[in-house]
Ligand binder design. Structure first.
Ligand code: PGA
Length: 258
């Protein structure tokens, strides 16, 4: 991370876990143990029905609440979908877009791009995910694949808005498997993502964009991952479901500024 040029962000992704009642319990516990220092931004992306409980519980705190998906259309006949202005009105600050679990359900790069644009237009901070499969890594095409995902996801995103985009690198083989990328592997890809952003926009923009790592990040490996120069935070699944673990990861981001 590099606090001089960009934000450090610790974001939780609850996936399909916790009821609204459990959300209230979690948030109450988290509030009681949140570190006082402000060395990083903290976000919790929760299931849609848990958003009101999460927002209510964290109103007076520095924890921003987010959604795990959105629809790119402003309104209309899309049964079961949720528009970005609904998320804003419900109190969301963030939205995860293009998580590999959603891509596995059929979400394309074009969908991801449309959602990123819709989120930015609504004033949300999109956390745009990318990542390679184990097969792609073993074939040696990781950086090309990731570059393609980033270029497609950011298409037509203007320079004045790109600064609000957060990118999350999540190797699919590391998600929920307990098999974390080594700090060197994660750094290498996050650095290559910054290079892609530099080529698409400018050095100034690339320096300011926060790039997170996700995939079995936990209270034990967070410090070392976050110590890498191009890893500006984490997108945390399993370990974000336990307040004690999540707080330890937040504390791991308290490292000497460069
Ligand atoms: P994990 O999930 O931390 O449980 O591996 C990360 C994610 O999918 O965002």
């Amino acid at each position: 991370m590099n606090r001089k040029y960009r934000k450090t962000i610790i974001a939780g992704n609850w996936k399909m876990n916790k009821t609204p009642t459990e959300t209230k319990e979690f948030m109450t516990a988290l509030k009681g143990m949140m570190p006082r220092g402000r060395w990083c931004d903290v976000a919790l992306c929760v299931p849609a029905v848990c958003i009101p409980a999460a927002v209510r519980a964290m109103r007076e705190t520095r924890v921003g609440i987010g959604a795990e998906n959105c629809n790119a259309n402003p309104s209309g006949a899309y049964t079961g979908e949720i528009a970005t202005n609904m998320l804003v009105d419900a109190g969301c600050k963030y939205v995860i877009i293009g998580h590999s679990e959603r891509r596995a359900m059929g979400e394309t790069d074009a969908d991801v791009n449309a959602k990123v644009i819709a989120a930015l237009d609504a004033g949300l901070i999109p956390i745009m995910c990318c990542g390679e499969t184990l097969e792609q890594r073993e074939t040696g095409i990781t950086s090309e694949w990731i570059a393609m995902q980033i270029k497609a996801g950011l298409q037509n995103v203007p320079e004045e808005k790109i600064r609000k985009v957060v990118i999350a690198y999540e190797p699919i083989w590391a998600i929920g498997t307990g098999r974390t990328a080594t700090p060197e592997q994660a750094q290498e890809v996050c650095e290559s993502i910054r290079t892609v952003v530099r080529k698409l926009y400018s050095s100034k923009v690339a320096r300011a964009v926060s790039i997170l790592y996700g995939g079995s990040m936990n209270e034990k490996n967070a410090y070392e991952l976050l110590a890498q120069p191009d890893i500006d935070g984490g997108l945390i699944g399993g370990a974000s479901l336990v307040p004690e673990k999540f707080v330890k990861i937040i504390e791991s981001a308290n490292q000497p500024a460069e």
